[in-house]
Design a protein around this ligand. Structure first.
Ligand code: LFR
Length: 462
């Protein structure tokens, strides 16, 4: 059977999915899932790129062994992180994880001498310490030798594609998470790059989703047991871009509907044709990231299920209850009313998430959770509360208010969170598709291959 492979790397795990389009439906099969770990080494927090690359190849091999004929491959990952390669095409060090402390305090330092409003009016990106811009500034500040040796900067999906094909370029949607693009022209903001003293040569050709990046290298194809040519296609290679591509398409009931891509992060917003670069948008924390088809993903980056994921990981270590269903039902039975600010830096990378929540509640005179159910309830209602705030802020910026919310991605399986969100928002909330990212990834490949002709066809499929 002919399939497209969607390779999706998240901060917690990666997977290889096979998909095909038939009779107006996308059919998906999970081929291989593997963990993605952040490794502390010396003073830094890294991704284990060689292990991830090996796992990706393992997934491709498994698809071949299952008898699938692979038409093309599309790769998407989380945003902002990158690898540097030297003139000989070798990887210079393991990519550093965006949760590394090297960028702590840098935005404040950088914008002490730069006009932040003017900056936003050009790049349109929510200033966050994790962004590529600040990672590069921290390397410059510490006189990092790797930056001097680097020939090209490749964002994570670019890096995986490069080692599969040998072609080094930068896909638009992932590049937009760097805070180094011009939001309107959708290409590098050279003035900004020069202003920050970054080597211009690092930044390569920007390719749009749907572009063929290259073919699977011969040696890799042989290793995979493949004797035909396989294209690697640039999809919406930022995971959120692939997911958002499918959100709310075909929703004819509401004229304005927003999306919430729910996973480790909660990305709440709306798709637009052109960016909103006003001071009001900046102050409300909106970002204008690049979307498939040249669209703009106007959204807020909200700390999502990360807090709950960390709690569960911690409970696992201390042999407490970790079953999702049991925890959710304990949360349903709990009546704690405390609401925390999920975006408070205290929750971004604490050693102990339970303590971080308890401390926050103590300092803010809120009831401190005592049971696991109370912790879960507190986190979920805080998220729902934050979504309400986000939609209110969005409504102030749009000509007419949001009428419905589509929650997509793994987090939309959390029925309690969906319900709390609908109660908080007072508008209809739709859940699904859970597999939004893989579906979006595969649809762009099908468009590139000419199997699907246009957005109307996609709307029918969705
Ligand atoms: C989600 C995501 C978000 C981005 C965050 C960090 O997986 O890609 O969109 O803000 O990860 O890169």
């Amino acid at each position: 059977m002919d399939v497209y492979l969607a390779i999706d790397f998240g901060a917690g795990s990666g997977r290889v999915m096979a998909g095909f389009v038939s009779e107006g439906m996308v059919n998906l099969e999970e081929i291989y899932r593997f963990p993605n770990r952040q490794v502390r080494l010396g003073d830094h927090l890294y991704w284990d790129f060689p292990a991830l690359f090996a796992d990706m190849k393992q997934g491709i091999r498994k698809a071949v062994q299952k008898g699938f004929h692979i038409k093309s491959i599309g790769i998407d990952t989380w945003g902002v992180d990158f690898g540097l390669i030297d003139k000989n095409g070798n990887l210079l060090g393991n990519p550093v994880c965006y949760r590394d402390s090297r960028t702590d305090g840098l935005p404040e330092e950088v914008f002490a001498n730069t006009d932040i409003s003017r900056h936003y009016a050009e790049v349109g990106i929510q200033v966050m310490a994790i962004n590529t811009l600040f990672q590069l500034c921290s390397m410059k500040k510490s006189d990092d030798i790797l930056l001097k040796m680097a020939d090209k900067l490749l964002f994570m999906p670019d890096l995986f594609s490069y080692f599969l094909t040998g072609t080094a370029n930068n896909e638009y949607t992932i590049a937009s998470t760097s805070e180094l693009l011009d939001a309107r022209s959708r290409t590098w903001n050279w003035e900004l790059i020069r202003q920050f003293g970054l080597p211009e040569s690092l930044f390569g050709e920007i390719v749009m989703p749907g572009t063929v990046r290259g073919r699977l290298k011969k040696d890799i194809a042989e290793e995979m047991g493949v004797d035909y040519e396989i294209d690697v296609i640039a999809v919406g290679s930022h995971d959120t871009a692939s997911a958002v591509f499918t959100a709310g398409l075909g929703d004819t009931r509401h004229s304005v509907s927003a999306f919430l891509s729910s996973g480790t992060w909660s990305l709440l917003g709306i798709e637009l044709d052109e960016p909103i670069l006003s001071e009001e948008a900046r102050l409300a924390g909106f970002t204008n990231e690049g979307g498939v088809g040249g669209k703009i993903r106007f959204l807020q980056n909200i700390t999502g299920l990360w807090i709950l994921q960390r709690l569960i990981a911690q409970w696992e270590e201390t042999h407490k209850e970790t079953g999702y269903d049991a925890l959710i039902s304990a949360a349903e039975d709990s009546d704690i009313t405390s609401v925390i600010d999920v975006d408070d830096p205290a929750f971004s990378c604490p050693a102990d998430m339970e303590h971080a929540i308890a401390d926050y509640c103590r300092v803010h005179n809120l009831q401190i959770p005592q049971t696991q159910g109370e912790y879960v309830r507190c986190v979920l209602q805080s998220l729902a509360h934050r979504y309400k705030l986000g939609i209110e802020q969005l409504n102030r910026l749009l000509p007419s208010p949001v009428e419905a919310l589509h929650i997509i991605g793994g987090g939309c399986r959390n029925g309690l969170l969906n319900r709390l969100t609908e109660d908080a928002l007072g508008i209809p909330v739709y859940a699904g598709p859970v597999e939004a990212t893989a579906i979006g990834n595969i649809l762009v490949q099908a468009l590139a291959k000419g199997e699907i002709k246009n957005r109307d066809e996609i709307t029918t499929i969705i």
